[in-house]
Write a new protein. Structure first.
Length: 391
């Protein structure tokens, strides 16, 4: 007998119990999709309809048991996604179409690979995934929504969704990957001699300035330190004016004091002997084998300090702690000279208007081909061994 599956839309993650949500996240699920993380984004009002991020999660239930989840948001702009779709916006305007609101599947403000639907282990994953996609289609068509977009998707999940009439768009992002090094100096052997000297000089300049780097995690991260981290983050964003990407409220950092979240936080703290009085900090998020660089700020403009606490210290910490990959965040060609290769990141898109879909179905494969060429060209210019992508 076929199971009866019911579906619901949720305007807040709080409408789904933490234990139910957590039961569907397997070990491979990254911290940015944990219930606590998404909850404090809402609770701190960093994510809300007022600021263009209306939570609109889908849940599937069988006999009062949660069997499927799709974290979704209804967006009235494209900020905080780090997938720059201005060409799509212009095309929709040319066709006389309303681009917003749009449906987005991602963890807000987090350009981190791993988005997918979460399905219970004992369920037919393809069947329930198809069911969620049908629910999205029905909702979008009924409400005149132009597109559904899944960003930074899990590469394995991508293969199935492509078969459901979603188009793939390739973007690039820097990534450090371990090659089994046991210490930072061993890692430096990847570079040519000139760049090895440059990196050593950059790191030595920090030592000569009397700055120490403390790594804080878990209970070492005090409420006072998190308040300072917010102030540094806010100050850094303010330097860029309206382009500063200040998306997180002060309350978000207050709520990070939750013990279950602190276990994933790593702070790289630049100080002159007192970690409680930092000059600069970077906030990273860690899982068992991946580190993500997210936010940073500094009280003083000190040459090379950004490179030290955002790249070199996190790489050194990753090597010592068996981390396989370090994602330093979106953008920044300067990352390529300091240990990162560009890699592909995938987003999946469906347009509910035939003309727009046809145009982009023809354009995207050409754009993707050019992006792969650009990735290879950039990686060939950096002073360490290259990892080419087949065209």
């Amino acid at each position: 007998m076929k199971k009866s599956i019911k579906n619901y839309w949720h305007n807040s993650i709080k409408e789904i119990k933490k234990e139910d949500w957590s039961s569907l996240l397997r070990e491979s699920a990254i911290p940015f999709y944990q219930w606590d993380w998404l909850k404090i984004l809402e609770e701190s009002e960093s994510v809300s309809a007022q600021y263009g991020w209306q939570p609109l999660h889908i849940s599937l239930w069988s006999n009062k048991e949660l069997v499927g989840l799709a974290p979704l948001y209804l967006k009235s702009h494209s900020f905080g996604e780090f997938i720059f779709d201005s060409a799509f916006v212009r095309l929709s305007a040319h066709l006389g179409l309303k681009y917003y609101p749009k449906l987005i599947g991602m963890s807000p403000f987090s350009p981190v690979e791993g988005y997918k639907f979460f399905i219970a282990k004992n369920e037919n994953e393809e069947e329930l995934t198809k069911r969620i996609l049908e629910i999205i289609d029905e909702f979008a068509i009924k409400n005149g929504i132009l597109s559904c977009n899944f960003l930074y998707v899990d590469p394995q999940w991508k293969e199935y969704i492509e078969k459901q009439n979603y188009l793939t768009w390739i973007n690039k992002q820097p990534l450090w990957s371990s090659e089994g090094e046991r210490e930072f100096n061993e890692y430096l052997q990847r570079f040519n001699s000139n760049q090895r000297r440059n990196i050593k000089r950059e790191r030595e300049s920090i030592n000569k300035s009397g700055i120490s780097i403390s790594v804080l995690k878990g209970n070492e991260i005090t409420p006072k330190i998190l308040t300072i981290m917010h102030d540094l983050y806010e100050g850094h964003c303010s330097k860029w004016g309206p382009w500063g990407s200040k998306y997180l409220t002060e309350n978000f950092f207050d709520l990070l004091k939750n013990d279950s979240l602190k276990n994933n936080i790593i702070l790289f703290n630049a100080n002159k002997g007192d970690p409680e009085n930092p000059i600069a900090m970077s906030l990273c998020i860690a899982s068992k084998d991946i580190l993500w660089g997210r936010y940073w700020g500094s009280k003083q403009d000190i040459r090379n300090l950004h490179f030290e606490i955002c790249y070199y210290s996190p790489i050194s910490w990753s090597i010592k702690n068996g981390i396989k990959k370090f994602d330093p965040g979106a953008g920044g060609n300067h990352k390529l000279r300091r240990g990162f290769n560009y890699t592909q990141r995938f987003s999946l898109h469906k347009w509910y208007e035939k003309r727009m879909g046809n145009i982009l179905n023809e354009w995207l494969p050409k754009a993707n081909y050019q992006m792969i060429k650009e990735i290879n060209a950039s990686n060939n210019e950096v002073p360490f061994k290259n990892k080419k992508i087949n065209l």
